[in-house]
Design a protein around this ligand. Structure first.
Ligand code: PMP
Length: 469
């Protein structure tokens, strides 16, 4: 690893000034960031990142839910280098193909277990999760056109879902703040309520009962719209950006029953949840659902280079191929050979180190145990996890789960203390969430929990002061 020396204050300020002058960061209040100056990350290794001041920080978010095999993997750099020297780019538009794309498509289809007697036979490649979900919108509408049911256009998604930020993917997303900017959603995309037990449970309702009730919101919506107008349902197995919302175990089986009953397509958006994150290669294995389309990105390359795509089952692929003629959709980088070569090397690592199985059988249960211990902290109302995603709910009153005043931004206070305490956590409102690299050992988990505890203590001290003021 090339570990750069820490920057002097002058050097750091120069980069921060250029950053503020020229770089429009994603999902950022640019004025506020310019005032504060961005934290400059300089290098990374294993489960750690370093900032320009030389502080080592445990990356409990795997970058942005993506660095599944950890940082600094030579094999991925070698794969990219070899492919760049052999064939850095070629397209797949005009009856041409490249071997990494072919091999990766075949390997993904082999890795994805068949569901409902149907295999995943094909892959459409993109460079991101957003593009992959845009592809899904095109694919499902194309499918129903070819099936002679062009009136089936509507895609049902959920509030507080995240499916990306392009116009179609942001429409599929259920984020009110995104929809408010740019007249979204586009027509033909509607939302039902999310399966968020802690936010939406009735008094005395069990998680199991809530899960079934939440799934039936899908049935209600299908009946309201008319089943003959509904093309597909899309959902994240565990909502990630929405705050690691883990649905009760009763939710997905009921959703599966409903999509089958009305014959609508089921898109499992596994951009976060696939490639071992929930202890399986694919999250539909964890929940026993039977999707027709599976969105992937992030973990397929562990984020080393951009790549995304859609796994397509034979029900859809056959119609598209046998009846379709030309499908007028694609990207310059669909099947980019360097990205696909890196993905193949990444899958080799996941397989050789048995990372999905390790998360399922060893480190996932260990993380669940250590994370649950945090409920003894006065700030923590709920601590829950599923594989290698986890969330803490910070509350004012543990008994009633009464929240802190929104304006206090307790989650943001905690996020800042996390950085200072040597761990990256993300705040979604007052939910503190993590998605650690799958290579984390039990010792790494212990170190991470210790940092989180320190950050919680500092946050607690700060909010106590605020409450007393
Ligand atoms: N779907 C899900 C479930 C995601 O979490 C994300 C990104 N966080 C996306 C889609 C969009 O992916 P990208 O940012 O690569 O466009």
């Amino acid at each position: 690893m090339n570990a750069p020396l820490p920057l002097t204050d002058t050097q750091l300020r120069e980069v921060q000034a250029l950053d503020a002058a020229h770089f429009l960061h994603p999902f950022t209040d640019h004025q506020a960031l310019a005032r504060r100056g961005a934290r400059l990350i300089t290098h990374a290794h294993g489960v750690h990142i370093w900032d320009a001041r030389g502080q080592r920080i445990i990356d409990a978010m795997s970058g942005l839910w993506c660095v599944n095999v950890g940082y600094g993997r030579q094999a991925l750099a070698d794969a990219a280098y070899r492919q760049m020297m052999t064939l850095p780019y070629y397209n797949a538009f005009f009856q041409t193909t490249t071997e990494p794309a072919v091999r990766l498509a075949a390997r993904l289809c082999e890795l994805a277990p068949p569901v409902g007697g149907r295999a995943f036979t094909h892959v459409f490649f993109t460079s991101s999760g957003s593009e992959a979900n845009d592809t899904n919108v095109r694919l499902v509408r194309r499918y129903w056109d070819l099936m002679g049911q062009p009136q089936r256009k509507i895609i049902i998604s959920r509030r507080n879902a995240y499916h990306g930020s392009t116009v179609a993917a942001a429409s599929l997303s259920g984020m009110a703040a995104m929809h408010a900017q740019g007249d979204l959603p586009i027509p033909g995309i509607v939302h039902i309520e999310q399966p968020h037990y802690w936010a939406l449970r009735h008094e005395g309702e069990t998680p199991a009962d809530f899960g079934r009730r939440a799934a039936r919101w899908l049935e209600d919506k299908i009946l309201e719209l008319g089943p003959e107008r509904v093309a597909a349902f899309i959902g994240e197995p565990v909502q990630g950006a929405g705050g690691v919302i883990i649905p009760p175990e009763t939710y997905w089986p009921e959703i599966q029953r409903i999509v089958e009953r009305y014959g609508i397509l089921f898109i499992s958006d596994e951009v976060i949840c696939a490639f071992g994150r929930l202890g399986h290669w694919f999250a539909y294995e964890r929940f026993g659902t039977q999707p027709d389309l599976v969105t992937f990105a992030k973990g397929v390359t562990s984020g080393y280079v951009p790549l995304g795509g859609v796994l397509v089952n034979e029900r859809i692929a056959r119609v598209l191929i046998e009846r379709g003629g030309e499908f007028n959709h694609g990207y310059t980088y669909s099947g980019h050979p360097v990205a696909c070569a890196v993905a193949l090397a990444n899958l080799d690592i996941l397989e050789a180190e048995a990372l999905p199985q390790r998360v399922r059988d060893d480190t996932g249960p260990y993380l669940a145990r250590r994370f649950a211990e945090l409920t003894d902290h006065p700030l923590v109302g709920v601590a829950e996890s599923c594989g290698f995603v986890a969330g803490l709910m910070l509350v004012r009153d543990k008994a009633t789960l009464q929240p802190w005043p929104e304006a206090w931004e307790v989650g943001m206070i905690c996020r800042a203390h996390c950085f200072d305490s040597g761990v990256v956590m993300r705040a979604v409102g007052d939910r503190m969430i993590i998605a650690p690299p799958l290579v984390m050992t039990r010792a790494d988990i212990d170190a991470m929990i210790a940092c989180i505890r320190t950050a919680l203590d500092k946050t607690w001290a700060e909010v106590q002061q605020k409450a007393a003021a």
